[in-house]
Design a protein around this ligand. Structure first.
Ligand SMILES: [Zn+2]
Length: 253
């Protein structure tokens, strides 16, 4: 029963995350005005604003002007709902659930904005570092020292890589936004998860890059934003870091 509540709660928050993804880069208010169709500007009624369900009932089109609604909306709502359920099943009704859910919600907004605009907004990553550090004082899964070292390692290591890259190739490879994002990931998950996140995101990023090159031809030079890969790696680290580290140590020894 509570699992269903966590899905509904996740979907509703997902609906709000959609608003953040669209409005934060434009520096618009995320509270007012209410949702409206971007094509015909008609306000969206509450019954047409039910996460995922309304999209399916309306067959992905605005009720008034019949223009198609971006797949981003049901996708973000669905992913947030599933994330909420998975975290609820792992942590139960607890402060830890809220802590990790707010972390995943921040990663979803960052991923959306990075995909559209190739920027990671400081308004999320910088307060995120503070929230992660403070919450480590009350969350049983992580202690303050681990969180602090995580934030420093996350920020520091990517900063060094980014500086080296720029020095070697004379162009910017990773942005300052990625550095702040990894510092936030470290503050929430600790230093071991930072190392795991770097390894996982580089691996997933390289594979994706190669697939894109095969699909789009050799002269494919479009810079893929790195934030989504860091976010994806961080979520895997959140759920499986103990299993992966255990598996690695056993495999090695
Ligand atoms: Zn419309």
């Amino acid at each position: 029963m509570l699992s269903i509540v966590s899905i509904i709660f996740g979907a509703l928050i997902g609906s709000f995350l959609n608003v953040c993804i669209i409005r934060l880069p434009r520096e618009e208010s995320i509270i007012t005005p209410g949702s409206h169709c971007p094509h015909c500007a008609k306000p969206i009624n509450f019954y047409d604003n039910i996460p995922v369900v309304s999209y399916l009932l309306l067959k992905g089109r605005c009720r008034y002007c019949k223009e198609s609604i971006s797949i981003q909306y049901p996708l973000v709502e669905g992913i947030t709902a599933l994330g909420s359920l998975a975290l609820f099943m792992r942590f139960g009704p607890s402060l830890s659930y809220l802590f990790y859910f707010s972390f995943v919600a921040a990663l979803i907004v960052i991923t959306g904005i990075d995909l559209y605009h190739q920027i990671i907004p400081d308004v999320i990553s910088l307060p995120g570092i503070g929230v992660g550090l403070l919450a480590s004082l009350v969350i049983p899964q992580i202690n303050f020292l681990d969180s602090l070292i995580g934030a420093l390692l996350g920020g520091g290591s990517l900063f060094i890589v980014a500086t080296l890259y720029q020095w070697l190739f004379k162009r910017e490879g990773m942005g300052g936004g990625d550095v702040k994002l990894l510092a936030m990931i470290g503050a929430f998950l600790g230093w071991k998860a930072v190392i795991l996140t770097i390894l996982l995101s580089s691996l997933i990023g390289s594979i994706t890059g190669m697939i894109m090159m095969v699909l789009k031809g050799k002269d494919f030079k479009y810079a893929i934003p790195f934030g989504p890969f860091l976010s994806f790696g961080a979520v895997i680290a959140l759920f499986y870091q103990n299993e992966i580290i255990f598996w690695y140590l056993r495999y090695k020894g």
